[in-house]
Each structure stands twice: as C-alpha cells, then as structure tokens.
Design a protein around this ligand. Structure first.
Ligand SMILES: Nc1nc2c(ncn2[C@@H]2O[C@H](COP(=O)(O)OP(=O)(O)O)[C@@H](O)[C@H]2O)c(=O)[nH]1
Ligand SMILES: [Mg+2]
Length: 327
C-alpha cells in the first residue's frame, strides 16, 4: 500500500500543491468559516475540477463541523468525503487476478483501448502490459492503429521497453484484420491478456466509431466473448471535455472501464471524481507519469490522500490543519 500511496502523492502533486495552498489561505484568513469563506472554499474545490456536486457536499460538511467544533479540519473533511463518494461508485481497484477470475478460464482476456487522438492510448497499452507482467501474467499487444505509421513504431518501441511482443500490420492495413490476427496468435500461444491499441483519429468521428465496431466484430469472430473490456482513455488535463468524449464513446461502444491519464501534468486532478460521479463507469487505472510504472490501478483511498498531498490512509481525529503533520 505504501508504494501505491507514494505514487499517487507524487503523481497528483500539482493538484495537491494548489488545493492545499488555497485551502490553507482561505481557512487561515477566516477562523470563523463564515458564508463568504465557505463560498471561497467551494470555488477552490471547483477550481480543482472536483465538480459542483462534490464541492457543495464538502462545503456542507465543513459548515456542519464548524457549528460544533472550534477548529475544523477542512482537508480531513474534504478528503474523507471524496473517498466516501468514490467508494460508493463502481470504481473498485482492479487487480489482474480479479479481472481474470471474473472472466472465467478462457484465454486470453482481451482489452480494447479506445479514445481520441493524444489521450494516451498507446502509452497506456504498453504500461498496462508492463503492469500485467509484473503481476505474473503473459501479455501480447496488438498495434491496431494503422492510420499513422508512427503509431505502429511507437508501440513496437514500447513493446521492446516493457519486454512484450507486438503484433502489427503494415501502415494503412485493415485494423480489424490486425486485431483478428493478434487474437488468433494470442490464443495459439495461450497468453493471459491481449491488449489492443487503436486509432484515435480518422477522417470523421463517425468513421472512428465504425472502425471500433468493426474491430469488435472481428475479435468476436475469433472469440465470441471478446473484447472482454473496452477501456476509454481520457486525458485528465482536458477537464470537462473528457466528459463529453466519454459520453460519445460510451453510447457507441459500451465502455466497461476508464483510464484517466496525465494527472501528473495538471492542477485539476479532481476531474477523476467528477468523471466517476457523472459516468458511473469504473475507473480502472490512472496515468500518473510517463514511465512504464506510472500507470496505477485506481484506489479511492490512495487517490483521496494524494489529492491533498498525503501519504497515509489512517483516519486522524483532530482539528485545525493538523493533518499537515502527516506529510
Ligand atoms: N505526463 C504524462 N504524459 C502522458 C501520460 N500518458 C500519456 N502521456 C503522453 O501523452 C502523449 C500522447 O500519448 P499516446 O499514448 O501517444 O496517445 P494516443 O494518441 O492516445 O495513443 C505522449 O507524449 C505520452 O508520453 C501520463 O500519464 N502522464
Ligand atoms: Mg496512439
């Protein structure tokens, strides 16, 4: 758990630095926590892209605490509320074992990565392979983004880096055929997982969705239950735009999981909470950096701690800004 907490704390540093500084400033200036102060607090929380609903909920809890306590642990309340909300959502951390058990004994588990251009599909595909390998599984990758020559090379390079074979076709080849071949190869070899990287940009958005559906059908020809997971990769730095993309993809393809990337590059990491609340699709993994081991399974407690720069998950009773001691 400690390693995970450290990863989350480091990956969410930009968000926590701003959030904690803001909260400190707001609370320190106003020990009474009057209405104007609470408004300011709400604005700061919304500023981190936590979403209006969550921000209002936190402020309400702070208001209630302020009515009975002399010193209110604002950070502690915010963190606990975020963790509580995330736990209520279908966003439980996924271990490879769980994913595997849920899907029975038939190999491989097929994960299809979808999303618009530049969100992090290719790197996430490779990082997932790395993670699965760390968990003791065998993995094969499919380079089904045949729309750009660079995309195939990029995945092949990553494949070398994480020690995972990549099945690829020619640039411009039929992506559904590449997926088909890759799944046949995966079955022949008896690997545990096949992760399929796809294109994020085609001539039109309609083309893109059609292409994804075609890949679906082509996988099903080899294995009727595939793909077992369709994960939408969202760029965490694009804020509410990510939500719009998610609705479109979900409607067209039936997304079974989300990956939110580039959280290390934004002070608005609260977007994960807004996305999870709004879409009610499980958040599977978070992208917290550019290295192979920077893709981490989503964990509500570690995430809530990381948002506020903390590295423990133990509840601490106490007032004021005492939670700072934990750092
Ligand atoms: N800092 C950071 N960069 C990331 C993360 N995930 C992806 N990237 C970068 O985002 C860029 C686009 O990623 P790529 O996988 O090619 O996106 P794709 O077009 O969806 O396949 C690359 O430069 C990646 O290194 C992340 O979690 N953190
Ligand atoms: Mg790509």
């Amino acid at each position: 758990m400690f390693g995970l907490l450290k990863k989350f704390r480091e990956g969410l540093q930009k968000t926590s630095a701003r959030l904690v500084t803001e909260i400190k400033r707001i609370v320190t200036g106003a020990p009474r926590l009057d209405a104007a102060t609470l408004d300011e607090l709400e604005a700061a929380l919304i500023g981190a892209d936590l979403g209006v609903g969550t921000a209002m909920e936190i402020v309400e809890r702070v208001r209630q605490a302020a009515a009975t306590q002399r010193e209110v642990d604002v950070v502690g309340i915010a963190r606990a509320e975020i963790e509580r909300e995330l736990r209520l959502l279908p966003s439980v951390a996924t271990t490879a074992r769980e994913m595997f058990a849920a899907l029975g004994r038939e190999k491989p588990v097929v994960v299809l990565m979808v999303g618009v251009n530049g969100t992090g599909k290719t790197t996430t595909t490779a990082k997932l392979a790395y993670w699965l390998k760390q968990q003791g599984h065998t993995v094969l990758l499919a380079a089904a983004d045949t729309f750009r020559a660079a995309a195939i090379e990029q995945l092949q390079l990553w494949g070398q880096r994480v020690g995972c074979e990549v099945i690829a076709g020619q640039y411009g080849a039929d992506s559904a055929a590449v997926a088909f071949d890759a799944l046949q190869a995966a079955r022949r070899r008896g690997v545990d997982f096949l992760v399929v990287d796809t294109a994020g940009r085609l001539h039109t958005k309609k083309n893109l969705m059609e292409e994804m559906k075609k890949i679906h059908r082509s996988l099903q020809k080899v294995m009727p239950s595939a793909p077992h997971e369709t994960w939408l990769v969202l760029d965490g730095t694009t804020g509410m735009n990510a939500l719009v993309q998610a609705r479109e993809f979900h409607q067209a393809l039936g997304v079974t999981g989300l990956v939110v990337t580039k959280l290390d590059g934004t002070a608005k990491g609260g977007i994960v909470v807004a996305i999870a609340r709004e879409l009610k699709i499980p958040v599977r993994f978070l992208g917290l950096g550019e290295q192979a081991d920077d893709l981490q399974p989503f964990d509500p407690a570690a995430f809530a701690a990381g948002l506020f720069g903390q590295e423990t998950v133990s509840e601490e009773v106490g007032g004021g800004f005492s939670s700072d001691r934990r750092r």
